[in-house]
Design a protein around this ligand. Sequence first.
Ligand code: TLP
Length: 344
Amino acid sequence: MRVVDLRSDTLTRPTASMSRAMAEADVGDDVFGEDPTVNRLEEMAADRMGKAAALFVTSGTMGNLVSLLVHCARGEEIILGGSAHTYFFEQGGSAAVGGIHPRTLTNQTDGKLALADIEAAIRPDNVHFPRTRLIVLENTHNLCNGHPLDTDYMKAVGALARRHGLKIHVDGARIFNAAAALDVPVATLASEADSVSFCLSKGLGAPVGSVLCGSQDFISEARRARKILGGGMRQAGVLAAAGIVALEEMVERLADDHANARRLAEGLAEMPGVSLDPDQIRTNIVYFEVNRPDMTTPELVQRLDDKGARMLPVGTGRIRAVTHYHISSEDIEYVLGIAANILK
Ligand code: TLP
């Protein structure tokens, strides 16, 4: 049976040129700093992100945790959205591993944290309180319809952070999608961030890995934090090689994923019982809800799956579909056909 799998852009398998690059990668021991392919990927990533240095890490989760461990000491506080991946989907790693206290704010529907809310959450110097150190933003925002955070917003948060002596970490798992959607260089979106992590293994299609970018001093400390978490990967050039191809060949095509997501959203929005505003879909993530007397959300997900349209139930009542480079515009029409049949 033909299956169109829209559960996540993490499902992408390496392209032919990635497989070739992995097989031919020149490698060395990266814990000694001697893997030429990892070093090249890190230089490329730092350059793209407009930062001085970068570190190849196993995953987005590790990139975020390493960053938090470097920015904050035990007992210090981070401000982040209650819908942030770092808060919601990373096992509470900041607290569990780093003793870092998360202070959550309500995300706006577009993934932003209201400036007034951030300002109000910053702790005054008082013996009762943890010290606020860091603001964590997410771009694009996974749980908020994959919404991109724009340059003006980043500048405003940057000014606020500087006023209060705070640092900014951006979970930029999909920041290249944000840059494509907003048509700005990714370095512009990252310019206010003290650190930014991005994933090679999502829309960019590499099989494994993320990169954390920041200043030289920050990355030196991050290298230590990665090691204590068991992330020193030795001949990691076999993986980094795919990451280099991802940066070279997979960034330009992200706009296709966005167009496919938009088409999917427009099609779904017309079906009876579906609630979804296609104008909210700016990148490659589509969420929708279904309110029908004849089927529950899990039943709908199962019926779609049975016919070959695979999507992800998220929380109670939401369904997520993510486009990526294995998904063609024809696949979208196929999925819409299946959904129309079930929801007619
Ligand atoms: N997100 C995954 C799941 O964990 C939900 C997905 O399928 O979308 N930041 C953001 C914004 C993410 O969406 C993810 C992964 C991560 C960090 C973590 O990356 P990994 O999975 O590489 O640890």
